[in-house]
Design a protein around this ligand. Structure first.
Ligand code: UDP
Ligand code: MG
Length: 309
């Protein structure tokens, strides 16, 4: 019988883990005539009792494997570690907080086995229960990144998905340090079916994302999947160069014709500040790419394992 691995990144999820476990076992039992389950928990350096709960679950249920990181390396690192650890023919990624309904696994599995898809992904169609300002910025981010990146980043796409071994191996072949899964999933290609579903609230515990961490994450995504900002910096530079040539010609002509005395101190200051601002902005863009290149060139591991089973 084939094996289905479920990869579960967990960071401070002590409140929700027992609930999650019950739900996933329910599904595993439902599907046991067609596929065996393996559950890979990744404890992403939790500070609460997450690891203890995972360990006690793994003692009574041999389907459970786990990895515990030496500190918090972030969800992207946890997903990467989980995909590496998973042995299944089919691999699913699912959040521990039950925002990704485990019962969809059944439909996903049928989609892969019967409809010949390589990957079944989920997309939430509503952003209910989320602050309006956050939804607004999220929409802006998706429309921006899709304009400037060749890789399509699907709006509302979750990390919740079921993939074949071939897809997982392709993801693992991308060894970059700066991992942006939403881009990687799309970059590797393969036939993907999208299942839409309504947003559900977390079953327990708190979200790990604040507005700022999301904003920084969106910058990471842009730098990882587009070089357009670099081009934009050069274009701004070129436009300003041409404007200044025209202005110089006008000033020379004016001085020759009218013998204009030196004037316009305030306008000079404004122009200097304007140009200075744009220069810093463009250097900042360069710096973003340079810093990512710097981190890649160190080739540090994406995560450090403290314990595993
Ligand atoms: N998570 C993680 N490491 C982190 C942050 C989050 O492994 O540094 C896990 C978390 O335990 C959860 C999933 O990633 O299973 C999604 O996190 P969360 O629910 O906080 O995000 P949201 O659903 O609000 O986007
Ligand atoms: Mg969540």
């Amino acid at each position: 019988m084939k094996l289905l691995s479920v990869v579960v990144p967990c960071y401070n999820e002590q409140d929700v883990l027992p609930l999650f476990y019950n739900k996933i076992v329910e599904i595993a039992d439902k599907m046991k005539i067609s596929v065996n389950f393996e559950i890979v928990f990744i404890d992403d350096g939790s500070l609460d009792k997450t690891l203890l709960i995972i360990k006690s679950l793994s003692e009574k249920d041999e389907r459970i494997k786990y990895i515990s990181f030496s500190r918090n390396f972030g969800k992207e690192a946890a997903i990467y570690a989980g995909l590496k650890k998973a042995k299944g023919e089919f691999v699913a990624i699912i959040d521990a907080d039950l925002q990704d309904p485990p019962k969809l696994l059944l439909d996903m599995y049928n989609g892969i086995v019967n409809e010949d898809y390589d990957c079944i992904a989920t997309q939430r169609v509503t952003r209910q229960g989320e602050p309006h300002i956050r939804s607004f910025f999220t929409r802006c981010f998706y429309s921006l990144i899709n304009k400037i990146s060749k890789t399509e980043i699907v709006n509302g796409a979750r990390d919740y998905r079921l993939m074949t071994r071939q897809v997982v191996n392709s993801i693992l072949s991308l060894r970059e340090y700066n991992r942006f899964s939403k881009g990687i999933f799309s970059w590797i290609g393969f036939k993907t079916k999208w299942i839409p579903y309504e947003n559900v609230e977390r079953a327990a515990g708190k979200t790990k994302w604040s507005f700022w961490t999301l904003l920084l994450y969106s910058f990471d995504g842009i730098v990882a999947f587009s070089t357009a900002p670099l081009a934009i910096a050069s274009i701004i530079g070129m436009i300003l160069f041409f404007i200044s040539i025209v202005l110089i010609c006008i000033i020379i002509a004016k001085t020759l014709i009218f013998g204009d005395p030196v004037s316009g101190y305030p306008s000079t200051v404004c122009i200097i500040m304007f140009i200075g601002g744009i220069q810093l902005f463009c250097i900042g863009i360069l710096g973003q790419y340079l810093s990512k290149t710097y981190l890649e060139s160190k080739s540090r591991p994406v995560y450090i394992i403290k314990e595993e089973k």
